[in-house]
Design a protein around this ligand. Structure first.
Ligand SMILES: [Zn+2]
Length: 348
């Protein structure tokens, strides 16, 4: 059986909208709600939330086979306000492994606890070339020296507090989405690209009048970037869990933007040999371009579930993402390969 056709326009449209829905870890609800609303058009699906706020989508079918699950996360790197400085600017502390040079001069939104948002940008504290000269570029780009300049009148801690800003407020960096020649560039494609893969797979199957071979749960996680996203919320009846998350592209990696990747081992150790081989077999059967790879600095939501005591066969697949946790880029070839792989898995 050949796989259903992927609606390319729909995929890109959904992904761009999701990328433009800011969702740093701890403040990912807008993206969770967006995914739920999008999927609610499919009457085959039912929805629930974990207490932690993750979205669990169930596609139930009649089958003697035990259910399976796939997970991807909508939360991204971000920051919170660590301190309000005496000049009214903000010191940040990052959430997850952001690299400060990659967001220098980037626009940000500060989300206050009262539900307002205030605009600003990230600068080093020696930003003016006319004040600091060449020495400005020698300032370390780190938690201590990066600050947010707010686009509102404030020159003191008191004035900034009067704007409603407080320590602990959530900060999101602008996604800067661009689509060119099949490439999609944004922060953060990790892991919104793979959420779009899951949504596109569901839509393509529904459009083609197809259902999964067994009941499947889609776990849309909201705390992956801090290591415990899918630790809870995978039903105990699930026999296999396929984590769908970005593949590592760069020097020494087998992955690239034009293939999907099967991760054999990452920082958390090896995945499940049997499920890996099942996925290899499906890729080969359907001519899905994929590569096996090993990641050096990487943990996944599937591993979080394993460490929390989850008893499933576990695998990790995903599209190659260039410059991950930086200004990321993917290509439709790798993205389509991943969507096709998900469909092949669901239909088998
Ligand atoms: Zn990720």
């Amino acid at each position: 059986m050949s796989l259903p056709t992927i609606d390319q326009e729909y995929f890109v449209d959904f992904l761009v909208k999701l990328l433009n829905t800011t969702s740093p870890t701890g403040f990912a609800e807008p993206a969770i709600a967006f995914v739920e609303k999008e999927l609610s058009q499919f009457k085959q699906l039912s929805f629930s939330r974990t207490r932690k706020g993750a979205l669990v989508v169930k596609w139930e079918v009649q089958s003697d086979l035990p259910p399976v699950a796939l997970t991807a996360h909508v939360d991204t790197l971000g920051a919170v306000v660590k301190e309000i400085k005496s000049n009214g600017r903000l010191r940040l502390i990052h959430i997850g492994g952001i690299q400060w040079p990659s967001v220098e001069t980037e626009g940000v939104w500060i989300f206050t606890s009262k539900g307002e948002k205030i605009r600003g940008s990230v600068l080093s504290d020696t930003a003016s070339g006319h004040v600091h000269g060449a020495d400005g570029s020698k300032t370390p780009r780190d938690d201590e020296h990066m600050e947010v300049r707010l686009d509102v009148r404030t020159t003191s801690e008191k004035e900034t507090r009067e704007l409603g800003i407080n320590i602990g407020d959530c900060v999101a960096f602008d996604p800067r989405v661009e689509v060119t020649n099949g490439f999609i560039r944004s922060r953060f494609l990790d892991d919104k690209a793979c959420v779009a893969n899951l949504v596109a797979a569901i839509k393509s199957m529904v459009d083609a009048g197809l259902s999964p071979a067994r009941t499947v749960y889609f776990h849309i996680s909201n705390y992956e970037e801090v290591g415990h996203g899918a630790a809870a919320g995978i039903p105990s009846e699930v026999a296999e869990l396929v984590t769908v998350d970005m593949a590592v592209v760069g020097v020494g990696q087998a992955s690239d933007e034009f293939h999907a990747t099967l991760c054999i081992k990452d920082s958390g150790g090896p995945y499940h040999f049997g499920l890996n081989n099942k996925l290899r077999g499906l890729a080969e059967k359907h001519n899905i371009p994929y590569r096996p790879d090993v990641y050096l600095y990487y943990g996944s939501d599937g591993e979080a579930f394993w460490r929390a005591g989850g008893d499933v066969a576990l695998a990790l697949i995903g599209p190659g993402i260039d410059a991950s946790h930086n200004y990321e880029r993917a290509h439709m070839d790798g993205l389509n390969a991943t969507t096709n792989w998900i469909m092949a898995y669901l239909l088998e």
